[in-house]
Write a new protein. Sequence first.
Length: 179
Amino acid sequence: MDDSASTATLVHAARAGSQAAMAALYQRFAPVVHGVLLARLQPADADDLTQDVFETALQRLHTLHEPAAFPGWIISIARRAAVEGRRRAPRTVAGAAESLADLSATPEQRLEAGRVLAAIQALPAAYRETLLLRLAEGLNGPEIAERTGLSHGSVRVNLHRGMSLLRAALSIPVEGGHR
């Protein structure tokens, strides 16, 4: 069974009330939802809203016409939640730095984390989402493609171009001296 078929199967089971299916959908798609939110919000806000997005999705699961379309559908719910979240709480780099870095990080590491997040958040949406799914959520290219509905080629291009733009924004030289 491929991943889209297993997602559709999980959606059908969740619609029928299976708590295990709901938990499996959460486990599979929470990193994607969190990454989409993190591309637009402070880390603490993204953490809080991830659960809210899933609550909304589970309440509206009966409105999803094609169960295999769940990845794109939940991403669209996450994007709308991010827009609402930004209206309620404007971003600050200092706040992002505080909540992005763990408590054992030095103040310099927290500032750097905030600088990197701000640079990523300034990129075009396709690049920032893909980069955050890779860098912050730890998903590999095929996992990003499967969980977002993007093609493998699109993910590769988005990661490559996004990293190039991020390096330029952070003034990080490319290994070997090539850009």
